[in-house]
Write a protein that binds this ligand. Structure first.
Ligand code: SAM
Length: 235
């Protein structure tokens, strides 16, 4: 379970009401049962449930199970989609190890809203499920061009672009310099506009990437790119 409190031996930690519901009604756990906790900083801890009721649960920490490992430094930039597709991208990007998820507004982005609480809750649930020990930040929506104008050029940006002369993802990721942080950008359902492509191509830190001969839905493209990154570039 993800909590925000500090984790150390002997600490008693409170759970959210959703977590209490999950412990009590889904897992049917009771006082004395073991659970594991993480907070993104102090590693993974084994605790035992002190008590669990409707809307509350508390856990006493016993011992550390895993140290906090350094997370991969890979951002995912994507244009927000319909609600369920956005949820899917956040869930899968968390499972596939993205360290930061940045919804970006492009000229053809159809939805300009993203419920921050829901996005954060989706990332927490996915992190708990896949047993990573941190939760990726899901930022507020950023305007793509403004966001890239402030970009730290040390971070390489791989732009998934289905048309044109992009090299295959396997070739591009295999050539990634592992000491440089990276980000992957996925366009909206309608694709990038010519103006955006020209803007992107003017940046020294971008490399276009092809994910194969078929046009993928944006959510499929996000998952495919992240899965390729994980298999080629490691963690
Ligand atoms: N009609 C749009 C077009 O032709 O530009 C299709 C956009 S596609 C549904 C949504 C996004 O997924 C694209 O902007 C791109 O980032 C990514 N994508 C889809 N298929 C891809 C592929 N084969 N290679 C690389 N990126 C792809």
């Amino acid at each position: 379970l993800y909590v925000t409190e500090a984790l150390k031996e002997g600490a008693v930690v409170g759970c959210s009401s959703n977590q209490a519901h999950y412990l009590r009604s889904v897992l049917r756990l009771q006082a004395g049962d073991p659970v594991t906790l993480f907070n993104g900083e102090d590693g993974e801890w084994l605790g035992s449930i002190d008590g669990v009721g409707k809307g509350w649960a508390s856990v006493s920490l016993e011992r550390k199970l895993r140290d906090q490992a350094a997370s991969p430094d890979l951002w995912l930039l994507f244009s927000p989609l319909k609600r369920s597709a956005t949820d899917l991208v956040i869930q899968k990007a968390t499972e596939l190890g993205a360290s930061r998820i940045v919804p970006v507004l492009t000229q053809r982005t159809n939805t300009e809203r993203l419920k921050q609480d829901r996005a954060h809750a989706t990332a927490i649930e996915a992190a708990e499920q896949c047993e990573r020990l941190d939760v990726p930040e899901v930022t507020e929506i950023q305007k793509l061009t403004t966001f890239l104008s402030d970009w730290n050029e040390e971070r390489l940006l791989y732009v998934c672009a289905e048309a044109g002369i992009a090299d295959a993802v396997s070739k591009v990721f295999a050539a990634h310099q592992m000491d440089r942080p990276a980000a992957i950008l996925i366009g909206p359902e309608g694709g990038f506009t010519e103006k955006e492509l020209a803007f992107l191509n003017d940046r020294s830190f971008i490399t276009p990437v092809s994910l194969g001969p078929r046009i993928l839905r944006a959510e499929t493209a996000a998952l495919a790119a992240l899965a390729c990154w994980q298999s080629i570039c490691g963690d």
